[in-house]
Design a protein around this ligand. Structure first.
Ligand code: ZN
Length: 371
């Protein structure tokens, strides 16, 4: 018999899908904000896999992937339990805004950071309703989750890909924390390979902490819970590509197979571009324009690019070329997606590029992190 789970009003029942509400917070106008919960449980016992989506309002592919994935057929075949939240940020999804009321911060940077609690400071804003919400959900994840995937979208027209994280550890005397971090990176890589979409490494540690990326949904459970997790990026968010949605559902079933929760052959990932340049890559916003102007991209998402190659034309608003009229790549790699729009200020990056990763995947927390 599988273990029993209850999240809000949703209570697991072997061999079925159960639906419910989890009360998040109350609006000043009286209505309660709830998060929708789906618990799909197999007949046999197995791990507990969390699947979350919809934390960024304009990113609409994730809920669709969960709808395709969570079927009665899966409930008959699964070993273990899936706990899914298709809308981590209902207000944001309705308004298609990334930083929605009642918060003005990126919600995917509000999860616990593992720092010691500080005494309340009257000059600081207290945690926002969403920050408190995610802390409570995080505690439920810590109790129950063995794995997690969080579904997002990158940019309009970007390829489907998944992020490989850099793992942080607190140095100890005998090196066991580093060894544990390295083992977790390996587990995550296996899981990413099972998912089967393009794999792209995160930014170097200093940058990811500056950006609070360790406080993302998957980051918090990876760094603090030490569970294998990852974030996927499903191309265009405001008008999801059906091929990417289907390929993500297939990739997720393959991860369930990898986790021993589902039988059968790994499914082929079809209908989307999967790029493996033969070396590990990380994301980088590049190249940056040297003068403000109007950009016409010469490359598309998924194209291989070489250092020195013109990747865009650049003109002034009258249409006259700026300089020799081109923006050149300064790296080898492949295009994750074009930056949005055509009007670029000096220093704006023209592309999201996947470039060779040269930094370590496992690093200690910065010395002052826990102070
Ligand atoms: Zn996102």
């Amino acid at each position: 018999m599988p273990k029993s789970f209850q999240i809000g009003t949703a209570k697991s029942q072997p061999g079925t899908i159960q639906y419910g509400h989890w009360e998040a917070f109350t609006h000043p106008t009286g209505s309660a904000e709830f998060l929708p919960v789906v618990i799909l449980q197999g007949v046999e016992d197995g791990p507990c896999f969390w699947l979350t989506a919809g934390i960024h309002g304009p990113e609409h592919a994730g809920p669709l992937v969960l709808h395709k994935l969570l079927t009665e057929v899966l409930a008959k075949q699964l070993r273990g339990t899936i706990i899914a939240i298709p809308a981590l940020n209902p207000v944001g999804l309705r308004t298609m805004s990334r930083e929605p009321l009642p918060d003005e911060k990126d919600p995917n940077r509000l999860w616990p950071d593992g720092k010691p609690a500080k005494p309340p400071d009257p000059d600081l804003e207290p945690p926002s309703p969403l920050e408190i919400t995610y802390k409570k959900i995080f505690d439920l994840m810590l109790e129950t989750a063995d794995y997690l995937i969080d579904y997002h979208n990158a940019w309009t027209g970007s390829i489907s890909f998944s992020f490989q994280d850099r793992m942080l550890y607190r140095p100890d005397g005998d090196g066991s924390a580093k060894a544990e971090a390295e083992a977790l990176v390996q587990r995550q890589l296996e899981m990413l390979k099972a998912y089967g979409h393009t794999i792209i490494g995160e930014m170097p540690v200093s940058k990811l902490i500056d950006d609070d990326l360790h406080r993302s949904t998957s980051g918090a459970l990876l760094y603090l819970g030490k569970k294998p997790t990852f974030t996927v990026e499903l191309g265009t968010g405001h008008m999801p590509d059906p091929a990417i949605v289907q390929a993500s559902a297939a990739g997720t079933r393959n991860v369930l197979r990898w986790a021993g929760m589902l039988d059968g052959e790994m499914e082929p990932i079809e209908g989307i571009k999967v790029i493996d340049p033969g070396y590990p890559v990380r994301r980088l916003q590049t190249p940056r324009v040297k003068e403000a102007g109007v950009v016409f991209h010469l490359v598309q998402a998924g194209d291989m690019v070489q250092s020195g190659q013109p990747v865009a034309e650049i003109r002034d608003i009258w249409g006259r070329p700026i300089g020799d009229g081109y923006v050149y790549s300064d790296c080898d790699g492949f295009v994750i997606g074009r930056s949005h729009g055509i009007f670029y200020y000096t220093g704006d990056a023209v592309l999201g590029l996947a470039v060779r990763n040269t930094e370590p995947l496992v690093e200690p927390y910065p010395e002052d992190y826990f102070k």
